[in-house]
Design a protein around this ligand. Structure first.
Ligand code: ADP
Ligand code: MG
Length: 630
C-alpha cells in the first residue's frame, strides 16, 4: 500500500528532523558540539522537516493551482532562519512534521477500518468438485461452485447454504455480535465466521461483487465525498492561505513603519504567519467525520459520505415504511379462500404470478406453496404494480392479484364471501381474472422485535417525530402501529409510492426527513428524503445503491444509535471549529499587539491542530455495536 509506505517515510523524516533539532538545541544551551556540526544538525532538521512540506505544497500549487498551508510553514521557517532565529524555525518544522505524521497515522487508521475487512478474507477455500474436495484460491471461485465450511473457518465468498446448519458470527459485516443460525437456503456473507456446524455453501457471487467488496467501495467513496462543512473548511483554507501570505507581507511593512528593524519586522511577520495559519481549521472537520464514518461502519452502519452523517444529525422526522421495515417482511399466509376450483391449483396460480416479485407478500405466498409441495404455474408478461399488486398471463388469459385498488382498477367487486376477511387486520390479497374473483389469500406480518425499542430510542433522543407509511390497509396499519406505540396521527395507510413522496415533502417543511425502507416500492421516497435509510442490506446491491445510509443488519435500533453518533459528530465539529478559530484569534492578536515570541506561536498553533485531531478521533470509540443488547 503506497499510503502506508508514505506514512513510514514521513515518520523517519520526522525523527530525523527532531534529532537535528535536539542536537542543535544541546549546542545552543550547553555548547558541547563544534560549530560546524550544529549548523549541519540545523540544516538536517530543516531538510527533513521542510522538504516533504515543500514538496507537497509545490505539487499542490503545480497540479491544482492551489496554495497549501504547508507552504506557509516552509515560508515561516525560512523567514525565521533569515533573521537569525534558525532554531525557532527548526522547532516549527519539527512540530509541524510531527503533527503531520500523527495526523496521517490517525486519519489512516480511520480510513483503514473497513479495509481491515479485506484482511479477513481467507485466501483459500475448500471446493467440492467431481473428484472430491480440493483447496483452491478464493479468486478462482465462480457462482455455482460449492464450498465446504469447517467450524471456525471464515466464509470465503457470498453464497447460500446448500447443506448443513450451524451458527455464524456475522459481526464483521452487520456489526451484530449475536450468532445467527443458518440453515439450507439462508444467505451467508464473505468474511463472517462459521462458529459450529459443517456447511456446504453454494457460491452466489464472485469476489469483486461480494458484500464486503461493496462495503469497501462505498466507504472509500464516502470518505472521498465532501460534506458541506468539509467543503467549507476547504474553501476557507484556500482563501485564507492567500490572505495570510498577503497579510504577513503587509505586516512586515507595517512593523517597519512602526520603527522596527528589518530583522525584527521579519521575525514578527514570521510569527504572525505561524499564528494565523489555518492548519487546525482545515483538519478539524475531516478528523471528526472520518472517525465517525469508520466507527459507524464497524457497527454495521454505512454512511454514504459526511453529508449523510451531518444530515442524519439534523433529521426531525423519521418516516418508516411498514412492510419489511417495521415488520419482519417474513410474512406468513394465514388464510386461503377459493371461490372456484380447488385450493392447490389456485395457489399454484398465485405463486406463479408472484414467482419473480421481490415483495415480502410474494415471498410469503411462494413459501406457502413450497411447503405444500405445489409447483408455481408458468406465467408470461408478469408486471408489478407498486402498492397495488401484480398482473400476468397464463394459458387461460390475463390474471391478477392485489389489494382494493387493484380490485377497483379491474372493475371487480368484493364478493360477500370475502367481506369478512377484508374487515380483519391482516393483509388481504384478492386474485381474479378481469372482473371475476377467483379467491383470496390473507397474509400476516409481525413487527420486528427491535422496532418498538427503536421507535422509543429515537423519540428519547428528542426533537424528532415518527411517521409510519404503508400501502397496506388501515386496519393492518393500525394493528402494527399500536404494538409499536404509535399514535393514530402518526400512521398513514393506503398509500401509493407517489403518496409516500408527497408525505415526505410535507414533513420536509418541518425540518430534515429520513425515510427508512427496504427498497421495495419505496425507492422514490428513499431518494426524495433528505436522508434515505435502507436496512438489512447485507447482500442486497439495489438497496445499498439507493440509500444514503445503509443498516447492514436488520436491527432498527442501530438507527437511533447512528443518530446519536451523528449528533455527537456534529458537536465535535462545532467544538473543533471553535477551538481552531479561537486559538487563531488569540495567537494572531498576540503576534500583532503583544510581541508574541515565535516559539509560543508555534506551540499554540501545532497544539491546537493536535487537539482538534485528537478530539475528532474520540468518535472512533463511539460504540454503535454496544448499543445493542445481545
Ligand atoms: P408497504 O408500504 O407497507 O411497504 P407496499 O406499498 O409495498 O406496502 O404494498 C402495499 C399493498 O399493495 C400491499 O399490502 C398489497 O396489498 C399490495 N401489493 C403490493 N405488491 C404486491 C404483490 N406483489 N402481490 C400482491 N399484492 C401486492
Ligand atoms: Mg415496503
Amino acid at each position: 500500500m503506497p499510503e502506508s509506505e508514505d506514512d513510514c517515510a514521513g515518520l523517519y523524516l520526522t525523527v530525523l528532523c527532531w534529532i537535528g533539532l535536539g542536537l542543535a538545541t544541546l549546542d545552543a544551551f550547553l555548547q558541547p558540539l563544534p560549530w560546524g556540526l550544529t549548523w549541519a544538525m540545523l540544516a538536517m532538521s530543516y531538510l527533513a522537516g521542510g522538504i516533504p512540506a515543500a514538496r507537497s505544497a509545490l505539487a499542490e500549487l503545480w497540479h491544482e493551482h492551489r496554495l497549501d498551508i504547508d507552504l506557509l510553514m516552509v515560508v515561516a521557517a525560512l523567514a525565521a532562519a533569515s533573521v537569525g532565529a534558525a532554531l525557532e524555525g527548526a522547532v516549527l518544522l519539527a512540530l509541524f512534521s510531527l503533527s503531520q505524521t500523527l495526523e496521517h497515522r490517525a486519519m489512516g487508521k480511520a480510513r483503514r477500518a473497513v479495509e481491515a475487512l479485506m484482511q479477513l478474507r481467507p485466501e483459500f477455500a475448500l471446493r467440492e468438485g467431481p473428484d472430491g474436495v480440493t483447496e483452491v484460491p478464493v479468486a478462482d471461485l465462480v457462482p455455482g461452485d460449492r464450498v465446504i465450511l469447517r467450524p471456525g473457518a471464515r466464509v470465503p465468498v457470498d453464497g447460500r447454504v446448500a447443506d448443513g446448519s450451524g451458527h455464524l458470527d456475522e459481526s464483521t459485516v452487520t456489526g451484530e455480535s449475536a450468532p445467527v443460525r443458518k440453515v439450507a437456503g439462508d444467505p451467508v456473507h464473505e468474511a463472517t465466521v462459521n462458529l459450529d456446524g459443517i456447511l456446504t455453501v453454494e457460491v452466489t457471487r464472485g469476489l469483486e461483487t461480494s458484500t464486503v467488496a461493496q462495503m469497501i467501495k462505498l466507504v472509500t467513496e464516502a470518505q472521498a465525498m465532501k460534506s458541506p462543512s468539509e467543503r467549507f473548511s476547504d474553501w476557507f483554507g484556500q482563501r485564507y492561505t492567500i490572505a495570510v501570505l498577503a497579510g504577513a507581507v503587509l505586516s512586515w511593512f507595517g512593523f517597519r513603519y512602526l520603527g522596527h528593524t528589518q530583522g525584527e519586522a521579519l521575525y514578527r511577520s514570521a510569527t504572525l504567519l505561524v499564528a494565523a495559519s489555518p492548519c487546525a481549521v482545515v483538519i478539524s472537520v475531516p478528523a471528526a467525520i472520518l472517525s465517525a464514518l469508520s466507527a459507524a461502519a464497524r457497527g454495521g452502519v454505512l454512511f454514504k459520505g459526511g453529508g449523510a452523517l451531518e444530515g442524519l444529525a439534523e433529521v426531525r422526522t423519521f418516516a418508516f415504511d411498514k412492510t419489511g421495515t417495521l415488520t419482519t417482511g417474513l410474512a406468513a399466509v394465514t388464510n386461503v379462500v377459493v371461490l372456484y376450483g380447488e385450493e392447490d391449483g389456485f395457489l399454484a396460480l398465485v405463486a406463479g404470478l408472484e414467482a419473480q416479485s421481490e415483495h415480502p407478500i410474494a415471498a410469503a405466498i411462494r413459501r406457502e406453496a413450497a411447503e405444500r409441495g405445489i409447483t408455481p404455474a408458468p406465467m408470461r408478461d408478469v408486471r408489478a404494480h407498486p402498492s397495488e399488486g401484480i398482473t400476468g398471463q397464463d394459458a387461460e388469459g390475463p390474471i391478477w392479484a392485489g389489494n382494493a385498488r387493484m380490485l377497483a382498477a379491474m372493475g371487480a367487486n368484493l364478493p360477500d364471501a370475502l367481506v369478512s376477511l377484508a374487515d380483519g387486520s391482516e393483509t388481504l390479497i384478492v386474485v381474479g381474472r378481469g372482473s371475476r374473483i377467483l379467491g383470496a389469500v390473507t397474509v400476516a406480518d409481525e413487527p420486528r422485535t427491535t422496532a418498538a425499542e427503536a421507535v422509543r430510542d429515537l423519540k428519547a433522543g428528542g426533537r424528532v417525530s415518527i411517521l409510519m407509511m404503508t400501502g397496506d390497509r388501515a386496519p393492518v396499519a393500525a394493528r402494527i402501529g399500536a404494538t409499536l406505540g404509535l399514535a393514530p396521527e402518526e400512521i398513514h395507510s393506503g398509500l401509493l409510492p407517489a403518496d409516500k413522496v408527497q408525505l415526505v415533502d410535507k414533513a420536509a417543511k418541518r425540518g430534515k426527513v429520513a425515510f427508512i425502507g427496504d427498497g421495495v416500492n419505496d425507492a422514490a421516497a428513499l431518494a426524495r428524503a433528505d436522508v434515505g435509510v435502507a436496512m438489512g442490506v447485507a447482500g442486497s446491491e439495489v438497496a445499498l445503491q439507493a440509500a444514503d445510509v445503509a443498516l447492514m443488519a436488520e436491527d432498527l435500533r442501530k438507527l437511533a444509535a447512528a443518530q446519536r453518533l451523528a449528533r455527537r459528530a456534529a458537536r465535535v465539529i462545532r467544538q473543533n471549529l471553535t477551538i481552531a478559530l479561537g486559538a487563531m484569534v488569540v495567537l494572531v492578536t498576540g503576534s500583532l499587539f503583544f510581541e508574541l515570541p515565535l516559539p509560543i506561536a508555534v506551540l499554540g498553533h501545532e497544539g491546537g491542530t493536535l487537539l482538534v485531531v485528537l478530539n475528532g478521533l474520540r468518535l472512533l470509540a463511539d460504540p454503535i455495536r454496544q448499543h445493542q443488547t445481545v
